[in-house]
Design a protein around this ligand. Structure first.
Ligand SMILES: Cc1cc2nc3c(=O)[nH]c(=O)nc-3n(C[C@H](O)[C@H](O)[C@H](O)COP(=O)(O)OP(=O)(O)OC[C@H]3O[C@@H](n4cnc5c(N)ncnc54)[C@H](O)[C@@H]3O)c2cc1C
Length: 353
């Protein structure tokens, strides 16, 4: 079946919903296609103990504040899923799921979107597919030789799966620190980071991160010195469980090992740690495979954008993947502004950048 709309939004997580909110306000004809069977995007896949790093009031999409979660200063992932579910219902956003987009193609002055449920033709496409679906693991020698279990952040559920085991957690970002803190009490933990962990001050949370990202973008836009943005503050938000494990002396990091062997990990000086499991908390890449037919990808897999708009394909916008598509646009509070700008640009209310 073939259908025609003004705009196809690919992805029904927080970024796709924020786009939908603004498209609806401007009266555009659009559809949101989401590969998941249920609302909530990546938040449905979060590990059991994951909490936001900002209070609810600083974690809201446009139009509708996230309600406070009773008894929790920092809401958990289930609360975010509930919020996103209510959000798309409240604004009657036309989300179709599960619908997986396989490819976006140029055709006669518009874009053709191929899916496992038919074809859509659109004047513009907003890609909002996130990063969770493309976990990244570095190429470290010996990975295939290791006989223990290897997994990634996306597979992690909770400490019960590793009780009593020797576990190596790799990664000095927020996921690595939070999963290491989660495992610190019930496992024999080795936490490995490429450089010494940099904790943000205990009173810094998501709100300060958003402010720092916005200040950086403003400085760059105005030709002033790069403020360093979020990176200048540190890497790890000291959320309460991380702070507790760190203060109890349970979060001591070792430098990165150079290889794995059958039984564990080995450092450059020959020191080794035997392991039952290695968890790679080594990040994500943007999930852009569906855009491959447009042949837009540059170095590091990114597509060159001016704001959210693809430089080489002006009918395509990218929303929510990281700072390269708008300051803090991969956060709940940060995606609202670029989502508004996308909708306005497509409606012709703003000149193309
Ligand atoms: C561990 C962790 C903690 C975080 N903590 C916070 C926090 O405290 N506060 C905060 O604001 N942010 C936080 N973030 C960042 C951010 O909010 C999330 O990354 C967020 O999920 C991004 O939303 P999104 O809508 O862009 O992508 P997603 O939530 O991943 O949604 C994308 C949707 O697109 C769908 N999709 C993908 N490919 C296709 C396709 N080909 N066809 C159709 N549909 C497709 C997916 O199935 C998914 O439903 C955190 C992220 C991580 C990883």
């Amino acid at each position: 079946m073939t259908r025609h709309v003004d705009v196809v939004v690919i992805g029904g997580g927080q970024s796709g919903l924020a786009a939908g909110y603004h498209l609806r306000r401007l009266g555009l004809d659009f559809v949101v296609l989401d590969a998941q069977a249920a609302p909530g995007g990546a938040w449905q896949r979060a590990w059991d103990s994951l909490h936001l790093f900002s209070p609810a009031v600083y974690s809201s999409l446009p139009g509708r504040p996230m309600p406070v979660q009773t008894g929790e200063r920092y809401p958990d992932a289930a609360h975010v899923v509930d919020y996103l579910t209510a959000y798309e219902r409240r604004y009657e956003l036309p989300v179709l799921r599960p619908v997986r987009v396989s490819g976006v193609h140029r055709e006669d002055g518009h874009l053709r979107v191929e899916t496992d449920s038919g074809t859509w033709h659109a004047r513009a496409v907003i890609s909002a597919t996130g990063t969770w679906w493309r976990p990244f693991q570095p190429a470290v020698p010996g990975r295939c030789a290791f006989r223990g279990q290897q997994s990634h952040t996306v597979d992690y559920r909770g400490p019960r799966d590793f009780a009593g085991q020797r576990v190596v957690v790799v990664g000095g970002g927020n996921s690595g620190a939070q999963i290491a803190a989660d495992l610190a009490y019930d496992t024999e933990l080795t936490w490995v980071t490429r450089r010494p962990p940099r904790f943000l001050a205990d009173d810094v949370d998501g709100r300060a991160l958003f402010d720092a990202a916005t200040a950086r973008r403003r400085a760059l836009d105005e030709g002033r010195t790069d403020t360093g943005g979020v990176a200048s503050l540190g890497d790890i938000v000291a959320v309460p469980p991380v702070r507790e494990a760190r203060d109890a002396g349970l979060l001591k990091a070792s430098p990165m090992f150079v290889r794995l062997d059958r039984d564990g990990v080995v450092w450059a000086d020959g020191t080794r740690a035997e392991a039952d499991a290695v968890i790679w908390c080594t990040g994500f890449r943007p999930a852009l495979g569906h855009l491959a037919p447009l042949e837009l990808r540059g170095p590091r897999g990114h597509i060159a954008t001016a704001g959210t708009r693809s430089v080489a394909e002006p009918r395509l916008h990218l929303l929510g993947y990281g700072d390269w598509t708008g300051p803090a646009s991969a956060t709940l509070i940060g995606v609202g502004r670029p989502a508004r700008d996308v909708a306005r640009a497509i409606a012709g209310l703003e000149p193309a950048p």
